[in-house]
Each structure stands twice: as C-alpha cells, then as structure tokens.
Design a protein around this ligand. Structure first.
Ligand code: ZN
Length: 138
C-alpha cells in the first residue's frame, strides 16, 4: 500500500459525517464513504445493515448510488475515501471490499481510493492497483 501523510480533508469530513449516520446495529462497525466526481461534486454514503445479513449494503456503493442519482449516467469518480469507526469512534482499517472495488471501477477507471490499512496508516491507491483484473464490458 502507498501511505499518505494526510487524507483529503473534504472527503474525510464527508465520510465521517456519513459514518455517523450508519445503520450498523449488528456489526457496530460504522462505515462512511465519500467520493468526488470528475465534476468536483462530493457524494457520500454509509453502510446500511439488515437483520437478513446478505441484504446489508456497503458505504461505498451507497455513495456511488448518490452520485448516479445526482449526476446521472455520465457520473465519473475521481477520488474515494472510506472511514470505518468502531463503537468507541476509533478509526479502523477499511479497504473497500471486492464488490465495492468492482463498483468503483465501473464509475471511475482511474479513481484514487484512500483508506486506513491494517497498520493504521492512511493509504492511497488507484482502483487499477486494488482491482487489477476488474471486469468490464467495453
Ligand atoms: Zn463493500
């Protein structure tokens, strides 16, 4: 992973605000994601859990849905930032899951993704690095 000194402050604030609104009564793992589109707009999402666990949705995917809703079919992701907070509010490692990597790739072939890694460092990677053989229908 490529460590960075400082995460994007605008995206961090939006992701933290989204995480504060997460519906995570089962895992108590509150996740927020914020993305900046190619047009410069910021969209955010939080994880939404369900008692039927497979219906749970990730923060990244909900941020993407917000972007599509607000900007339409030409929506493109430039940057994404993910935060995960434990019940005490401490940052936890949260690289996007495989499904979210595929969703990010769909809307941002060159997107940069920022997250806390397993060593508690902020990192930034391109989606191509995180998902080198992502599926595409071109
Ligand atoms: Zn995910």
């Amino acid at each position: 992973m490529a460590p960075i000194d400082t995460p994007d402050p605008e995206l961090l604030a939006a992701a933290r605000a989204a995480a504060a609104r997460a519906h995570a009564p089962y895992s108590r793992f509150h996740v927020g994601a914020a993305l900046r589109s190619a047009s410069g707009r910021v969209h955010a999402g939080c994880n939404v859990e369900n008692a039927a666990y497979p219906l749970t949705g990730c923060a990244e995917r909900h941020a993407i849905a917000a972007g599509v809703l607000a900007e339409g079919a030409d929506f493109a992701i430039a940057d994404v930032l993910v935060v995960a907070l434990d019940p005490a509010g401490a940052l936890q490692p949260a690289p996007p899951c495989g499904g979210c990597r595929q969703q990010i790739l769909e809307h941002g072939r060159h997107a940069r993704v920022q997250f806390v890694d397993g060593d508690a460092r902020w990192c930034a990677e391109t989606i191509a690095t995180l998902l080198p053989f992502g599926f595409r229908l071109d």
